[in-house]
Write a protein that binds this ligand. Structure first.
Ligand code: KIV
Length: 258
């Protein structure tokens, strides 16, 4: 399989082929997703929840993101690698631009930015040849002001403002956008209103592609996972059973053998 590029992702939308995306935060996982033929790996700031043990994405730093982007980069050959800009990058425009550079140096081929608040930063990055993925709907970095996960686009006003936001992001130069927890018929409208591919998470089947948090879909998440997640494996049980068997054999003097 050849290296996936932005033109490949754009032509998938044109040709009606779905774009497959998953998160990864380390080299071996990124390598397995690459081997599986996934199109795009995102080093998401869900790193905070699923790897670093935080309650949400807010405390994730640029150093965390750079560290894990470097690791994921080591695992990949063909997959397109994107990384999230953490909340702390948006203290100033200058810092955001410098942090985006750090992610690119770490191996990211694009950065993802939540919402439309930072549209001037998006334009500046695009002007400086740093590809940007937008993110609309539920915005985990805004839980402090907007509250927890909830489906967006239920009222006419909310639906209209999501559609205008999607057009604004497209005109700012994003080459793709994530739609998180957007009401499926509104996600469908957005998908047909913009030329760039939409990547859904909890937003129904009409987006141009789908993304899930890899730990959730592999059954590796110890806490509650969102209702929209489909578990494709139960790796937590596999790990617990293997660790129990190992402990039993060490205690029973069966491992290592003489
Ligand atoms: O941080 C993340 O992993 C994400 C995806 C869930 C889209 O933003």
């Amino acid at each position: 399989m050849p290296k996936i590029t932005i033109p490949d992702l754009l032509s998938k939308k044109k040709n009606g082929q779905k774009i497959t995306c998953l998160t990864a935060y380390d080299a071996p996982t990124a390598q397995m997703l690459d081997e599986a033929g996934i199109d795009l790996v995102l080093v998401g700031d869900t790193l905070g929840n699923v790897i670093l043990g935080y309650e949400n994405t807010l405390p994730v730093t640029i150093s965390d993101m750079v560290h894990h982007t470097k690791a994921a980069k080591k695992g990949i050959k063909n997959v397109f690698l994107a990384a999230d800009m953490p909340l702390s990058s948006f203290v100033s425009e200058g810092l955001a631009l410098a942090d985006a550079d750090l992610l690119v140096e770490a191996g990211a081929e694009a950065v993802k930015i939540e919402g439309i608040r930072h549209v001037s930063i998006i334009k500046e990055l695009v002007k400086n040849d740093i590809p940007v993925i937008g993110h609309l709907g539920f915005l985990p970095q805004s839980i402090g002001t907007d509250g927890g996960p909830a489906v967006k686009g239920k009222t006419v006003e909310e639906a209209d403002s999501l559609i205008s936001a999607a057009r604004l992001l497209e005109s700012a130069g994003v080459f793709s956008m994530v739609l998180e927890l957007v009401k499926p018929d509104i996600a469908k409208k957005i998908t047909s209103s913009v030329k760039v591919p939409t990547i859904g998470i909890g937003s129904g089947p009409y987006c141009d592609g789908q993304i899930l948090v890899v730990n959730d879909m592999l059954g590796l998440t110890c806490g509650k996972v969102p209702n929209f997640v489909k578990k494709y494996a139960d790796l937590k049980d596999v790990v617990v059973d293997a660790a129990k068997k190992y402990a039993e054999e060490v205690r029973g003097l069966k491992f290592p053998s003489v």
